[in-house]
Design a protein around this ligand. Structure first.
Ligand code: ADP
Ligand code: MG
Ligand code: ZN
Length: 638
């Protein structure tokens, strides 16, 4: 990363400056006035020298202090120069000592020794106090000039590398940074810690089974998925689920984040990928987990590439190469997580790569109860805490938000010095978390929830009673991450090869049922149906132009079959005249109008059922086929 590069350059500069300054401070400060030997002898004879220390190479000495200066110094310290002011600073013995030392330092001198037989005689004659000293000069020089700076330098390096964080060592640039999860039995995450996303857990369990016992699968010739992509909104527990797989599988688990591949040096990302797979192959069976794969897996620039390949693209290409290059039967499973599947490069999702996608969605009511249970396990709860009620109060919350609520509630209780967490703490915590989420526009309000409930009920009821429409399997008002506020699960159009005109009309009616219900109940329509309307328009237009099902233009295909002329992509307009274009529009409008009328009429007749279903939905958030049949009665035969 660029930021890191700048950072380290600054640190180098600071290191060098510091060393430079230290050199100056340590070694220039001790410079003592040096005099010539003859000057020394002269001073000696003149009686100007007080005492000396003689070493093998030099003589260090102290000039006698001038008489008057000594005196004045003595009076100064006794009285204080200006009396009053100096009395405030009472001199401690320590500061007096220091003063004396400083004063002596000024009188110090040193002389390089020459061969002088009479030195001792001269000293004695001058009445100088003298002493010898064996100086291990070599050692102290070595220590001062080499060892101490080295220690300081090493210390600084250590500090800097600590600061820059682990894995930033320049020398290990091309190495994979994957963490291998140690199987610390105390902190191990298991499936017990993951709640509310049971379907996803079921699917990954199979992977764990495979890794524990690969022969069981390969003996039967079963092909296992190479790559598993966990897809879902933020905070729903994708990373948690991957860790749980690691905890359960008991095999090495290489985990790193997509952004770990994006580095400051060109080619590092690709090298890391190579290294990671090489390491994993040695440790198979094992799991490789790439969190937030969108950081490297973004769609590559299509068409003409102007600036050549960029770093991220190289990394992605290397990843694709490695994925194609390993044989899953040796027991490597690649897992990845993302909350932006829409930006991923389609090449990543092709068969043989991340060919299995697991949806990790926001939990429904029961799921939230289960997650509350997980996160309150370690809390001391008051008797009045009702987890079901809490779950009902938190529609649209993902696991991370629920964990947040529990933590916040515990903090509130601690702040109020309670020894148990009460329901009131939880309610306050929920309010706080909601306030945070509302700022990010992530929650829907009560009124919106109602609209969604009636809208989805509308789809379900029309779908249930209209011959040709698909049977409804599941209705949900749990907000989904990617746009839709609720959904109704029906067998999709794409799975069918042949459809009659009636079936297509039934399909359109079902899609319009949502908006019709809104109009009946609330007297106005909302923007929530835009996706429905898009699909309605597409089906209706295809009925006229592709399938030749119109009244005025029967059996006429109006599609210009080009190589891109996929059925789903709509007709090419240039194939026909203005007049026919007008006719198409009229026919399309007529189909939609009729279907909407039918849907509205049906819902008005079944108003009581609509109410009942919407209320059930508001209460339970998700209802499945059985409950739908319970409310609406058996499906009429078509
Ligand atoms: P994601 O990777 O999907 O963004 P995380 O796995 O990082 O979400 O979830 C963050 C935290 O939220 C987890 O560590 C866990 O404490 C909590 N959490 C999220 N989902 C769940 C869940 N389904 N069950 C229990 N805890 C969850
Ligand atoms: Mg995550
Ligand atoms: Zn709808």
């Amino acid at each position: 990363m660029e930021k890191r590069a700048k950072f380290s350059i600054w640190y180098y500069l600071i290191v060098f400056l510091t060393i430079f300054l230290l050199q100056i401070l340590l070694f220039s400060g001790s410079a003592v006035k040096e005099i010539s030997y003859s000057a020394f002898v002269d001073s000696l004879q003149a009686g100007k020298i007080e005492r000396v220390v003689i070493t093998q190479q030099k003589i260090i000495g102290l000039f006698r202090a001038p008489k008057d200066s000594l005196k004045s110094a003595a009076t100064k310290s006794a009285k204080g120069e200006k009396g009053v002011i100096h009395e405030i600073y009472k001199k401690t013995p320590w500061s007096l000592q220091l003063e004396k030392y400083e004063e002596e330092l000024k009188r110090q001198f040193q002389v390089v020794r020459v061969d002088d037989d009479k030195l001792i005689e001269r000293l004695q004659a001058a009445g100088v106090d003298f002493r010898g000293k064996i100086e291990s000069n070599w050692f102290s020089n070595f220590l001062l000039n080499w060892i101490i700076p080295l220690i300081i330098l090493a210390g600084l390096w250590v500090i800097i590398f600590r600061r820059m964080g682990p894995g930033s060592q320049v020398l290990s640039v091309g190495k994979s940074k994957a963490k291998i999860y140690a199987e610390d039995p105390k902190n191990r995450v298991t499936f017990k810690d993951v709640a509310g996303i049971d379907e996803a857990v079921e699917e990954v369990k199979e992977v764990v089974e495979f890794l524990k016992n690969p022969q069981k699968y390969t003996r039967l010739g079963a092909k296992l998925p190479k790559g598993i992509l966990l897809v879902g909104p933020p905070g729903t527990g994708k990373t948690l689920l991957a860790k749980a797989v690691a905890g359960e599988a008991g095999v090495p688990f290489f985990s790193l984040s997509g952004s770990d591949f994006v580095e400051m040096f060109v080619g590092v990302g690709a090298a890391r990928v190579r290294d990671l797979f090489a390491e994993a192959k040695q440790k198979a069976p094992c799991i490789i987990f790439i969190d937030e794969i969108d950081a490297i897996g973004k769609r590559r620039a299509g068409g003409v590439i102007v600036g050549g390949h960029d770093e991220r693209e190289n990394t992605l290409n290397q990843l694709l190469v490695e994925m194609d290059g390993f044989d899953p039967t040796i027991g490597i499973i690649l897992m990845a997580a993302t909350n932006r599947p829409d930006v991923l490069d389609p090449a990543l999702l092709r068969p043989g790569r991340f060919d299995r996608q697991i949806l990790v969605d926001r939990p429904d009511l029961n799921g939230r109860v289960a997650i509350f249970k997980v996160h309150t396990r370690k809390l001391v709860l008051d008797k009045n805490v009702d987890l079901r009620k809490l779950a009902a109060q938190t529609p649209g919350f993902a696991g991370a938000e629920i964990a947040n609520v529990c933590n916040e509630a515990a903090l509130l209780a601690a702040r109020k010095k309670r020894n148990k967490v009460t329901m009131e703490d939880f309610m306050e915590a929920i309010e706080r978390v909601i306030a945070g989420l509302e700022k990010k526009n992530k929650l829907i309000n009560e009124r919106e929830r109602q609209v969604v409930a009636y809208h989805e009920s509308g789809h379900a009821i029309v779908g249930h009673f209209t011959p040709g429409a698909d049977p409804v399997q599941k209705v949900s008002i749990v907000p989904r991450g990617m746009g839709a506020l609720g959904y109704t699960l029906q067998t999709p159009l794409e799975d069918r090869y042949l459809m009659s005109r009636n079936e297509l009309l039934g399909k359109i009616k079902g899609l319009l049922g949502g908006r019709a219900a809104e109009e009946i109940v609330f007297g106005e329509v909302s923007t929530g149906a835009s996706n429905d309307l898009e699909r309605v328009a597409q089906i209706a237009r295809n009925m006229i132009t592709v399938y030749g099902m119109s009244k005025r233009l029967p059996n006429l295909s109006l599609v210009q079959q080009t190589q891109q002329g996929f059925l789903g992509e709509g007709p090419q307009t240039s194939a026909h005249s203005e007049k026919i274009a007008q006719l198409i529009d009229d026919e399309v409008l007529e189909i939609i109008r009729e279907c909407y009328q039918d849907a509205k009429q049906l819902l008005t007749e079944k108003r009581d059922k609509l109410e009942k279903m919407a209320q059930t939905l508001l209460e339970k958030e998700v209802i499945t086929e059985e409950t739908i049949v319970e409310i609406l009665g058996p499906r009429p035969q078509s």
